[in-house]
Design a protein around this ligand. Structure first.
Ligand code: NAD
Ligand code: ZN
Length: 361
């Protein structure tokens, strides 16, 4: 597959390529050929891909910010507005081009959503997490006063253009982190995709072209399907949070030192436990999923010297997605299907979280 249409209120295409050769054509296809472009990118991605993309797009002066989640804040946003203004970007004729990982996409997307009440933007995701997750779905945001993604908007891009070749320069831990979301997509939505990932684990880790294309296109298809059914996250989209409740707790307790996908993998280990305990998957299916995560280089356990069970449980209770009394958790209904459940007994949750302190079965 080399193209997919995301059928949200504003339908848009995702292009899957292994170069930037068709980028100009993507602008033409969307009627954006005569636009003024401004690339937003970070200090790691700029030396690698900015010249190449700028040569194709011939945009105005690019906006480059210092790489890292720490810059996903109001200060960078304000600098971006100043830059857009100085370069006379306007709503009618201009397009913002987000070139980078999820931080770049979220920042540039939110700036695009708010500058002049909304200016068009496109996504050129370069990290695996951005290619399989954050560039699809139209969520944009910045962090505020230490709260992740507190200020944001749902705002869909004109198109997403994925060049999987960029994954060759991605630091290995960032790549492995992205694989956490890849496994999640298989577990919650597609037994076929899950089997593909499991069977081709070595090709994926070796960054083989066809394997990268398969996982990126497959994940985008799954995420697009979920998003299309629930663009503004009123319900069904919650299944994408599989592994994220415990995962967010670990991410926060680690002071964000452990990559997101690694935390989600540990969270999925707990979620696999409650899914099995409640009879929806077998012991063998849980063991197989844990084995896959481990083979991909992802953790499935923590040691009790890192954070206590109580710390994880108390974080889960106050996590923003769980404001009602009962915890809303995602559980599998067999491999390849998931749903949200707020009736999982407390003792099962407790046992599941305790299970991540144990060696895998
Ligand atoms: N909008 C959404 O739906 C959504 C979903 C999930 C995550 N997110 C957000 O995404 C962010 C995380 O995304 P991320 O993991 O991509 O972080 P990131 O953008 O910080 O990228 C990770 C690191 O890799 C570098 N990098 C990116 N592409 C590279 C490449 N091809 N070669 C070399 N280095 C490269 C970046 O400079 C950075 O240092 C978080 O802020 C998270 O909240 C958003
Ligand atoms: Zn995630």
């Amino acid at each position: 597959m080399d193209e997919l249409t995301v059928c949200t209120a504003n339908a848009y295409p995702i292009y899957f390529r292994s170069s930037y050769d068709d980028l100009q054509e993507a602008f033409w296809n969307r009627g954006l050929e005569a636009t003024k472009r401004c690339i937003v990118t970070d200090s790691n991605v700029a030396p690698l891909y900015l010249d190449k993309v700028q040569n194709i797009l011939r945009g105005v002066e690019p906006f480059i910010f210092e790489a890292g989640e720490a810059r996903k804040h109001m200060g960078t946003l304000a600098d971006m507005y100043s830059h857009f203004l100085a370069n006379k970007l306007d709503r009618r004729k201009s397009v913002i081009v987000a070139l980078g990982g999820g931080v770049t996409g979220d920042l540039a997307g939110f700036a695009a959503a708010t500058y002049m009440r909304g200016i068009r933007y496109v996504q050129l995701p370069t990290s695996l997490l951005a290619q399989v997750d954050s560039s699809v779905g139209g969520k944009t945001a910045i962090d505020f006063e230490g709260v992740k993604n507190l200020v944001g908007a749902f705002y869909q891009p004109e198109f997403v253009y994925i060049n999987t070749d960029t994954l060759h320069t991605l630091p290995q831990q960032e790549f492995i982190s992205g694989l956490g979301e890849v496994v999640k997509h298989g577990l919650i939505a597609s037994p076929d995709y899950y089997r593909y990932v499991s069977k081709n684990r070595n090709a994926i880790l070796a960054l083989e072209k066809s394997a990268l294309m398969e996982i990126v296109a497959g994940s985008c298809r799954i995420k697009a399907n979920v998003v299309e059914s629930d663009e503004r996250e009123s319900g069904p989209r919650e299944v994408l949070n599989f592994g994220h409740c415990v995962g967010h707790a670990i991410e926060s307790l680690s002071g964000y030192s452990l990559p997101h996908g690694h935390c989600v993998a540990i969270g999925m280990s707990a979620a696999l436990f409650w899914s099995q305990k409640l009879g929806h998957i077998t012991e063998a299916e849980r063991a197989e999923a844990l084995d896959l995560l481990t083979a991909l280089g992802l953790p499935t356990t923590v040691s009790d010297t890192e954070y206590t069970l109580e710390e994880i449980l108390s974080f889960m209770q106050k996590d923003k997605k769980n404001q009602s009394d009962a915890l809303r958790l995602v559980r599998l209904k067999g491999v390849g299907q998931a749903y949200t459940d707020n009736t999982i007994p407390h003792e099962v949750v407790l046992e599941a979280v305790a299970s991540i302190y144990q060696k895998k079965p």
